[in-house]
Design a protein around this ligand. Structure first.
Ligand SMILES: [Zn+2]
Length: 205
């Protein structure tokens, strides 16, 4: 599926998990849902995130050339998903320490505390839900997904068999947003607006 669809599905998954578990809809949860929704496609050199994050593209090409991974294999597996659930919070803490050091260096540590408060909690939940939504959505694709890598089993739904960028994919994207608006209008509008914002921000990088 396209990056746009994965962002919508990732943000929607994060927002639904937050609503069901009565967690507040923080920027951390929403943004990490969208980025987590895109992350598995970092195994593809032409994917949205790969093209816009500086330096990532050659790492992906190198990994594919070396045979470390192939598209919808390792990066789309339950094993890798669980690995990111450990790794991403550690990276998040490191980034926060780095930001804190910059704040102290500039003589304004209180601004880092303020930003941290504004960002909120739930980044790990959002990431986990978004990443998993990607694997679920890709399972509708013709090739399918190696959910149980290193077992070389391609899991895909027999019907519908959806090709990337075709009108059924657009229908799925609008279906997710429409269903959320019908379920909880304010939640649906938040998902539509924030997905659009994340998509535009990545293009801006
Ligand atoms: Zn994918």
């Amino acid at each position: 599926m396209t990056g746009q669809t994965h962002i919508v599905a990732g943000v929607a998954a994060a927002a639904v998990v937050a609503t069901i578990t009565h967690h507040s809809l923080t920027p951390a949860l929403i943004v990490c849902g969208g980025i987590g929704g895109l992350a598995p496609d970092l195994d593809h050199p032409e994917a949205l995130l790969t093209r816009h994050v500086p330096g990532i593209s050659w790492v992906v090409r190198m990994g594919q050339a070396a045979g470390w991974w192939r598209h919808r294999g390792l990066w789309h597996s339950l094993l890798f998903w669980m690995g990111t659930l450990i790794l991403v919070p550690v990276l998040g803490r490191l980034m926060l320490h780095g930001l804190w050091a910059v704040g102290v260096g500039l003589g304004h540590p209180e601004s880092v505390t303020w930003l941290r408060h504004l960002w909120g909690s739930g980044s790990d939940w959002g990431w986990g839900a978004g990443y998993l939504s990607h694997m679920l959505i890709d399972t509708w694709n013709t090739t399918g997904v190696q959910w149980f890598w290193p077992v070389r089993l391609w899991v895909h739904s027999p019907v519908p068999n959806i090709l990337v960028g075709t009108w059924p994919e657009t229908l799925i994207r609008w279906g997710i947003q429409g269903a959320l608006i019908l379920w909880r209008p304010e939640l649906g509008i938040l998902v539509v607006a924030s997905s659009w914002g994340i998509y535009q921000s990545i293009h801006w990088i």
